[in-house]
Unconditional design. Structure first.
Length: 202
């Protein structure tokens, strides 16, 4: 192993904190640039229907828990048992990363992969769970989009949502085909593992 690689691995914890501070600074700077929009947004809070807010929060909590159950089943298939409380916390953290940071979805996948590894999953199993979870999420979102478009009817067509939904469904089907084909899935998992090892240095 070269000295450069050893030095990079030793300095990785410090680089990680430095990158975290830099991302936090960028987030604060972005919020400061939209201060006017944030102040205007407080006006919308006066018109909220709190019963719908509570229902939406309950649905979101159920969604996160369902995703945690999915990960639990996938890990259990690889003979790794992780509590639902732990997986729900991992799901919440990964979702927060995906929705709040630049390149959030990619960073969230790396974060989830490393958490699976810490809980005892092998590299192949952790990569497989990440890939399978992404496929299920995309297919589910595509199905919901198609259902919403069907309910909206002509109004959805007026906003040019038909082609968007068709593209999303096509991508979902392509991902499903990749997932069902073992060779293509093995390549995808291997790619995730290599990228994760490069980022984490492990």
């Amino acid at each position: 192993m070269s000295r450069a690689v050893v030095g990079l691995r030793r300095s990785w914890p410090y680089l990680r904190y430095a990158v975290g501070l830099a991302l936090a600074f960028l987030a604060l700077d972005a919020l400061n640039g939209h201060r006017g929009e944030l102040s205007d947004a407080t006006g919308y809070l006066t018109h909220l229907h709190w019963q719908w807010v509570i229902l939406a929060a309950a649905c979101e909590a159920a969604s996160l828990f369902s995703f945690a159950v999915l990960q639990s089943r996938l890990l259990h298939a690889g003979r790794v048992r992780v509590g639902l409380g732990t997986l729900t916390a991992i799901t919440l953290a990964a979702t927060s990363i995906a929705n709040s940071l630049p390149l959030g979805p990619a960073l969230a996948s790396v974060f989830a992969y490393r958490q699976y590894r810490r809980k005892g999953a092998t590299q192949a199993l952790a990569g497989w769970v990440v890939a399978a979870s992404l496929v299920v999420a995309v297919v589910t979102l595509a199905t919901l989009a198609a259902a919403g478009l069907a309910v909206a009817g002509a109004e959805g067509a007026s906003y040019d949502l038909v082609w968007v939904t068709v593209v999303v469904l096509a991508i979902a089907l392509a991902l499903a085909v990749v997932f069902l084909k073992k060779r293509l899935l093995a390549r995808a998992v291997s790619t995730v593992v290599r990228l994760s090892r490069r980022v984490s240095g492990r």
